[in-house]
Design a protein around this ligand. Sequence first.
Ligand SMILES: Nc1ncnc2c1ncn2[C@@H]1O[C@H](COP(=O)(O)OP(=O)(O)OP(=O)(O)O)[C@@H](O)[C@H]1O
Length: 264
Amino acid sequence: MLPEPGPAIEVTDLRKVYGEKAAVDGLTLRVERGCFFGFLGPNGAGKTTTIRMLMGLAPATSGTIRILGHDMPGDAVAIKSKIGLVPDDTLLFDHLTGGEFIEFVGRMYGLGRPLAHQRTSELLELFELHGAGRKLIGEYSKGMKKRVAMAAALIHRPELYLLDEPFEGVDAVGARLMKDILLDQVRQGATIFLTSHVLEVVERLCDRVAIINQGRIAVDGPLSELRAGVAADPDRPGTPETLEDIFVRVVGGPARASESIDWL
Ligand SMILES: Nc1ncnc2c1ncn2[C@@H]1O[C@H](COP(=O)(O)OP(=O)(O)OP(=O)(O)O)[C@@H](O)[C@H]1O
């Protein structure tokens, strides 16, 4: 049976508890198809845990996940075949070369050997990894690992991208290339769920942004609405202009170092 059209991601009251601590604590979220969605939050807020649950890599403690019209974990295989993942802590295989890894991912997604081989070669070229394509991933720099992860995420032309800090450690040329590719994918109808601490990049790329704090959604909406909403809060005077302003206000900014540590 064909899945219903519906949103790309629909999450209801999602929780993930580790021991006594709720890493994700009642998350409800809807991401429409074709959206470039920025999922932000401070360190330890629950972003990676959420992506792991969306991808079926970590079971939820409770709540429901529906992706591209399928239920996770019930339809995990169907869902995974439509997702391109750039994981945070590079779930890559250190003992494979970049070329072997990309081709392996292509084969896992059902591409025939000649097509997986041809696309791997083109992706290595595009991401300027041709020289490194024969080196083991364990010997790669952080930025090179992210380049390989992004190349592998693209190989089967997924409908949905789950990208956990894809630009981390990537130089300006590589980051520009990734941004151009991602914007083009969205223009062609793909959906992108992106976490990044580089708020200027999120501000430029994303149609919609949610900020998660201590496992819960603090704000969620188009940037223009968030600006208006945060500015309209009487407890938070002033008009925030950048996403960084909004983020700091929502999450709670740090004390001034010069006031809290007198020797600094
Ligand atoms: N496997 C685990 N076992 C126990 N606690 C965990 C585990 N994974 C994550 N946590 C905890 O869950 C919380 C959320 O972690 P998570 O990695 O999802 O945050 P994050 O928003 O991705 O942070 P960052 O921006 O620093 O990458 C943290 O308190 C973390 O210590």
